[in-house]
Write a protein that binds this ligand. Sequence first.
Ligand SMILES: [Zn+2]
Length: 119
Amino acid sequence: MEKLAAGVGREPRRLPTPGPGDALSPEYWDAVLRDPLADACPEPPGPPARTLRLFEISHHILRIGCRRCGRTVEIRKADAVRLSGPAAFWKSVGQRLLDDTCTQRTGRLEEDGCWPVFE
Ligand SMILES: [Zn+2]
């Protein structure tokens, strides 16, 4: 570390541009870390999962639950994309998944079907 500091002292460049073979200097990293953009979150908290399209979801397993019959249905994202296409909204894909398998059938349209809970 002393050697490194001495070397830096002889070359008082404030912000050296590192080449492919150069070791990155402490000043370089200092400048990088002080960059206000470095503080910006690269993935800002996005909208809730239910408003996402399939291709926007990074999980490999998609999960949706039903508040009504207590089931949880899982589907691999690859399967969901194959069924509905990458631009389909997970909300509608999940709703259809639940409806296809829901056991709560009242016979009344407004009450039939599952009550999805998106995780
Ligand atoms: Zn249900």
